[in-house]
Design a protein around this ligand. Structure first.
Ligand code: CDP
Ligand code: MG
Length: 713
């Protein structure tokens, strides 16, 4: 394991970097000669290939575009296509993004550049949020997952003339799937054009995948020979000449034990040098980002007294951050201010932050991991890949020559980081994806034309889950009662199944709609920083806590929030994240409309009969049942460590059972229900699976609601 070893003695602190700096170039050396500049909009490198690109899109079914991050692919190419007439006759140009934040912020940027409001000519669509207009929107940015969903209503995606699949090299689950589906669509729609943007690493694979000139044999050959101007079936590749500056990479002399602290210290050291340039710090998650921002704020206060030329200003950037605060990170800082953007890996490729000269990289990333033996997905902080570190470093070389500080030794970096990241398909729960593919008529997923096929074991686990939920029948076909409805709901299958059960069996649709909303937004509780520390947040949570667990606590929060007129003031006084609550309410309403369109009655409410809610939840989450492990129970243990041990109920065999425990954020963190269900889990660096959104349930419910999985306990 990549180390976060030993503890730093105070004296050794001060984050010593290697004096022998490693030179590393990104892009061409010639680029270094160019003047540092605030690049005018029309001076982006992508401009130089505009004509070539448009010509190739005209004449080729698929065009693969390669270019450095920041050269203008995402913001400019859809616009070129629009201006060249691809959006005539009511057609739209759509561009997919693996990340929701990117889709929203890029649409905003392009709308600004074109002098229009978002939602008019330029729009976006992400799960639960549509800022586009069928009549007026010509350029649309969407998440890859959303385009996949659109295919359920319109399998040939007929409203789009060009589909740009951006960041294909990231190999997200939805993008990989989309590429396979788009290849099929292309065969039926010769008028459709694909533009795929990718880093160099994946270009050959993409070109080979979309090259159907040999596969289609005679028909294609005839077309290529001049049959009626049909586009070439061999993908064209456009390389955008780079314009980036060299970045010097620095490594630590000794590995650090706490990369958040080391990152803060590095920023302070950079700041003390007192030369201009903003800093971008990469950490792994919201909590780390917020704690680093807090530490930097403190440092900034201290440094304000020194006679430095610049003021230090830290700005967080992560997926769940409200838009207004995201803008703080994205917009240029005021004069005399050094902006330090502390971000998760969303700032790695999809977002461009101007003015960055220094990058501080913790070299870790939080990502999905999948255990195919038990079929459990979790979030895990792991060393990132060398490719991603290089990408991160490259963010420092956009304005002038820059510096990247990696918070580990060069030896660790060389030895412990994988070359490239593992595609998401290889490390995800596939149930939701398989459900959607089934709904699109793709029955045999192992025979589907994948860019790279998913692991057979994960596919089997996914199908098992869908079976258990009643979504598939004995022939692995979608069941009309559950499967088709579930596929239409934009929720994880298990949560979707709980919602359907609430609507159709348990008479508590309103409650489950509320929960589905609250569980679908990044955060409902305020961050510890916002309420004055972890303790304060725990106390705030305690007011809503319920013996049944987090989900009932959520319902308590929601009820109180309504009783106080959804007041912002009340929320901030009670440790509630107002923005999250508003989003959750919006999501609930959308799900409600969806259920109504499916012909379901959405009005039922259990009127405080919590068991009904918990039974509906059980009907969806039963696969995630965990039982308290008495063998590990030590009554003398004063801390939770010895007593908070659970086993996955459907995987109780001896051997190497999963180590489960309740995550500290749960309202049940201090109690030990015998049997519980969890919605998500995250793995810590000691290998514990920490369960989140936890709810106590009765053993009888499991045997009653999932008899195929659980016999009498
Ligand atoms: O997609 P690619 O990485 O090639 O670049 P882009 O996202 O189209 O960004 C092109 C340029 O627009 C960047 O170099 C930035 O100068 C600018 N940009 C910005 O300033 N603010 C944004 N939110 C997005 C882009
Ligand atoms: Mg881009």
């Amino acid at each position: 394991m990549f180390q976060k070893p030993g503890s730093l003695s105070k004296a050794a602190f001060g984050v010593k970097f290697d004096g022998q700096q490693q030179q590393q170039h990104h892009g061409t050396a010639a680029a270094a000669a160019e003047p540092a500049a605030k690049r005018p909009k029309n001076g982006l490198p992508v401009e130089s290939v505009r004509r070539e690109l448009l010509y190739l899109v005209e004449s080729h079914a698929t065009v693969v575009v390669v270019g450095e991050t920041g050269c203008g692919k995402t913001t400019q190419i859809p616009r070129f296509l629009h201006e060249a007439g691809w959006t005539a006759d009511g057609y739209q140009v759509v561009c997919t993004q693996p990340r929701r934040v990117a889709a929203v912020s890029i649409a905003q940027r392009v709308a600004d550049e074109m002098g229009v409001a978002v939602g008019t000519t330029v729009g976006y669509g992400v799960r639960f949020e549509d800022a586009s207009n069928q009549a007026t929107t010509r350029i649309k940015y969407v998440t890859d997952g959303l385009l996949l969903r659109e295919m359920m209503d319109d399998p040939l995606l007929t409203k789009y003339s060009v589909i740009m699949v951006d960041e294909a090299h990231e190999r997200s689950l939805a993008t990989d799937t989309l590429l396979g589906l788009l290849k099929k669509v292309q065969r039926r729609r010769p008028d459709l054009r694909l533009v795929i943007s990718s880093a160099t690493l994946e270009v050959d694979r993409l070109v080979a995948f979309f090259d159907s000139s040999t596969v289609r044999g005679k028909a294609a050959a005839a077309a290529a020979a001049g049959g009626g101007g049909a586009p070439s079936r061999t993908p064209a590749v456009v390389s955008i000449p780079g314009r980036v500056y060299p970045v010097q990479v620095h490594y630590l002399l000794d590995n650090c034990s706490d990369y958040v602290q080391a990152a803060v210290q590095t920023v302070v050291d950079i700041h003390r040098e007192d030369v201009p340039g903003d800093v971008l710090v990469f950490l792994t998650g919201q909590e780390e980002v917020e704690s680093a921002v807090r530490m930097l704020d403190e440092e900034a206060r201290r440094l304000a007294r020194s006679r430095l030329q610049y003021k230090l200003m830290a700005a967080p950037m992560y997926a769940g951050l409200p838009g207004a605060q995201q803008r703080l990170a994205l917009e240029p800082a005021a004069r005399g201010v050094r902006k330090v953007v502390v971000a998760t890996n969303i700032a790695e490729t999809s977002l461009t932050i101007e003015g960055i000269v220094y990058v501080v990289d913790c070299c870790f990333v939080k990502q999905r991991a999948y255990n195919p033996i038990v079929g459990l997905e979790s979030l895990l902080v792991a060393p990132t890949s060398k490719a991603s570190c290089m990408q991160r470093a490259g963010r420092a070389g956009r304005v002038r020559p820059g510096h990247a500080f990696r918070l580990c030794t060069e030896e660790s970096w060389q030895q412990l980081l994988p070359k490239a990241s593992v595609p998401e398909m290889q490390r995800s729960d596939l149930a939701g994806l398989l459900l959607q593919l089934k709904a699109l008529g793709i029955d045999n997923i192992m025979r589907f034309d994948w860019l790279a096929p998913p692991p057979a074991e994960a596919a089997v686990r996914g199908l098992e889950l869908l079976h258990a939920l009643g979504a598939l029948d004995g022939d692995a076909k979608l069941t009309p009662s559950t499967g088709t409805l579930l596929a239409e709901l934009p929720l994880e299958p298990q949560l979707g199944a709980a919602l359907l059960a609430a609507a159709t069996r348990f008479g508590c649709c309103q409650e489950l709609l509320t929960l589905a909303g609250m569980l679908s937004v990044p955060a409902v509780w305020a961050s510890p920083a916002a309420v004055g520390g972890k303790r304060a947040l725990e106390e705030a949570k305690a007011k809503f806590a319920a013996a049944e667990g987090d989900l009932v606590a959520f319902l308590n929060v929601h009820r109180a929030w309504l009783e106080h007129g959804k007041s912002h003031r009340w929320s901030s006084r009670n440790g509630i994240h107002q923005h999250g609550m508003l989003r959750a309410a919006e999501v609930s309403q959308q799900l409600c409309r969806k259920l109504k369109r499916m012909g379901l009655d959405t009005n039922s409410s259990c009127e405080g009969d919590v068991d009904k809610v918990l039974k509906a939840v059980t009907a969806g989450l039963f696969m995630n049942a965990a039982q308290f492990d008495h063998t590990e129970y030590d009554p003398r243990a004063s801390s939770d460590a010895g007593s908070n041990v659970y086993r996955l109920l459907r995987h109780m065999q001896p051997g190497r059972p999963l180590k489960l425990r309740i995550h500290a954020s749960s309202v049940l963190a201090r109690t030990r229900p015998q049997l519980l269900l969890f919605l998500r889990c995250q793995q810590n660096d000691e290998g514990w699976y920490e369960m989140q959104a936890v709810t106590a349930v009765e053993p009888d419910w499991l045997t009653e609601l999932a008899p195929g999985v659980f016999q009498k306990l």
